[in-house]
Ligand binder design. Structure first.
Ligand code: KG4
Ligand code: ZN
Length: 331
């Protein structure tokens, strides 16, 4: 089955075509730059930019794939969670194409897209596995039993890991989203000059909390002269605290579930320090570790096309012609 996937949940317009027999046929992405000056995503601007970009992206994805629209057998779009206005653009276009082409459509859960992204790689995991989902809006440990069967066993009680990266980056004077820039700055930092708390590791359980860490960083930053080296040293200590916390909880969750496979997904999964540290943990434990490629850690259309294809193959699909989105939607 050949499925066109559309992602518009936040500030990335992603379009891709996935074929259940031949794999990923084409994948295009537009990352909105308009939010940088505002220090965060401005929902109205995000919606307008999706409107501008989505049709040209669908056209270029079809051209890249060499396919005729008649060869598309289903359309998947992100139904939620995300920004309501942004989701509506993808949903409206997805349902309209389904109607016009006479093919089924399916609304995909954005987090399911992230969780299944490693299946786009040459060596995908097999079910069941433990997933660490770390993005701008989510920090969760999830038991993934099969497509559609997910058990959240750990969650953040306040900020998400990516949100903590973004807020710390902002505090150190970087643009939005600052996660990747902060990680680059951390590489130039001296480890050990600062030390930040590893939140909630002394308590039993698998939940996370990152708002206290953010406060600790802001107190330290306020008490120092923020020259470039000091910023780098703070970034380094911050990254170590986040990575340590995530790693300790993964270790605990692997013990608790007895699973021998770990998948890391979501934008913070692109962090090289996290990748190194989790690789070492998994080697020590004899656990197989799976990451999507860097461009499939952050938001993209390919993961939605893949997840939508699985759902359509399971016989799911939408009836009627209503367009509905789920801005808040638990996994
Ligand atoms: O999955 P994603 O693209 O969007 C959401 O669904 O939220 O994740 C975006 C998040 C942002 O917070 C961004 O700063 C963070 O992932 N991020 C990183 C890195 N690259 C992106 N955080 C740390 N290190 C990175 N290399
Ligand atoms: Zn995402």
């Amino acid at each position: 089955m050949r499925v066109l996937g559309i992602e518009t949940s936040c500030d990335e317009t992603g379009v891709a075509i996935y074929d259940s027999a031949a794999g990923l046929l084409a994948d295009t992405l537009y990352t909105q730059a308009i939010h940088a000056d505002f220090g965060g995503v401005v929902p109205e601007l995000a919606s307008r930019d999706h409107v501008r970009k989505i049709i040209p992206l669908i056209q270029s994805t079809l051209i890249k794939s060499g396919l005729n629209p008649k060869e598309i057998q289903g359309v998947a779009y992100t139904k939620g969670p995300g920004l309501a206005g942004a989701l509506l653009i993808g949903a409206m276009v997805g349902r309209t194409l389904g109607f016009a082409w006479g093919v089924p459509t399916v609304g995909v859960h954005h987090l399911e897209g992230h969780l299944l992204a490693p299946f786009l790689e040459p060596h995908p995991p097999v079910f069941p596995f433990l997933a660490l989902l770390v993005s701008g809006g989510h920090t969760e440990l999830i038991k993934v039993i099969r497509v559609g069967e997910y058990q959240v066993i750990g969650d953040t009680v306040d900020d998400a890991a990516g949100e903590a990266f973004d807020k710390t980056a902002k505090l150190l004077g970087m643009g939005y989203p600052g996660g990747a820039a902060l990680a680059a700055l951390a590489k130039r930092g001296v480890s050990g000059r600062f030390h930040f708390p590893r939140p909630m590791i002394d308590r039993p359980g698998l939940d996370f909390s990152f708002s206290g860490l953010k406060t600790a960083v802001s107190h330290t930053a306020a008490a120092c002269a923020l020259d470039e080296q000091t910023k780098a040293d703070i970034a380094c200590a911050f990254e170590e605290a986040v990575v340590d916390t995530l790693t300790i909880k993964c270790d605990r969750a692997l013990s608790q579930t007895g699973f021998s496979r770990l998948v890391v997904a979501g934008g913070v999964g692109a962090n090289s320090k996290l990748r190194e540290t989790l690789t070492a943990l998994c080697q020590k434990r004899g656990v197989d570790l799976f990451f999507p490629r860097l461009s499939f850690c952050t938001d993209n259309g390919a993961m939605i096309a893949y997840a939508g294809c699985q759902r359509l193959l399971m016989g799911e699909g939408e009836e009627g012609l209503d367009v509905e989105v789920m801005p808040r939607w638990p996994l």
